[in-house]
Design a protein around this ligand. Sequence first.
Ligand code: NAP
Length: 295
Amino acid sequence: MTSAKLIDGKAHAAAIRQEVSRVAGEWASHHGRPVGLDVILVGDDPASQVYVGSKERQAAAAGLRGKVHRLPRDTQQEALEALIAALNADSNVDGILLQLPLPPHLDAAHAVGCIAPGKDVDGLSTTNAGALVLGLPGLFPCTPSGIIELLKREDVALRGARALVIGRSTLVGLPVARMLTHCDATVTLAHSKSRDLQALALEADVLIVAAGKRHLVPGKWIKPGSVVIDVGIHRDADGALAGDVVFDEAVGRAALLTPVPGGVGPMTIAMLLSNTLKAAHLRAGVIESTSPRTH
Ligand code: NAP
């Protein structure tokens, strides 16, 4: 039985952070200030605290000014949006990230909509979502950008390839399907109402699974020799992490496979730093704002 080559997301993420660090250093010497990423955390959700802490540490390690605004759980919508408005107006701030989920009394979509599109490093605003659809420059969600980056860095031939994306969330499935289309893949976007996922998957040269369902995809669904990207993360009772794909079975069918953990996960924060740098360059006009098609 052949065994898939595993994609080392940690190594790719480290390489991206190193590139970010080099360019961020050049930016700081040229502009007399570091590239700035401001993260807003409302409340004390333990998982969010961990994510935000990692973002702060990794930003600092890459030479960015990373600042976390920790707001109490009972913060009101007006106060949150007043902070966003102040950060929008602050020329030292290049990227703004509102850590989700917000406490239930807050309107997350409205607050995200208040972030200036040029500083929306999570790529969740309608302006950036529209730019992605139209193939225009913009800031795009970090996890899908990380998936495309992994495929590129692993020299996966996407032009003309059949790709299946399972999951159509605005955070992962939908944007990655659009990015794959921009890379000239022939893309099918499946979801919970799709019929016969196995038949669709068996045709896929590239299979991206972002359904959030532990072990949804068994080995027999995987086209032999294909590339499989597992976005799902699930913590088992014993503390171990599992994905949406049955890893032990997939490894005998796929040619290239992301492990969980250590595949897609490490790329997300690396792409956030990269997006922040991109935001700084876009705002400074260093990246031509009319060039077509990007991902
Ligand atoms: P989500 O918002 O819950 O979306 C899940 C999508 O999968 C939906 O479109 C849903 O279809 C579809 N789906 C659910 N069950 C299905 C089934 N049985 N068959 C086919 N499609 C099904 O999840 P998400 O935010 O995209 O996240 C997906 C997974 O990725 C989660 O495990 C999450 O933890 C992980 N994730 C990882 C990272 C990372 O950095 N590694 C980042 C983000 C997310 P409908 O639209 O029809 O409901």
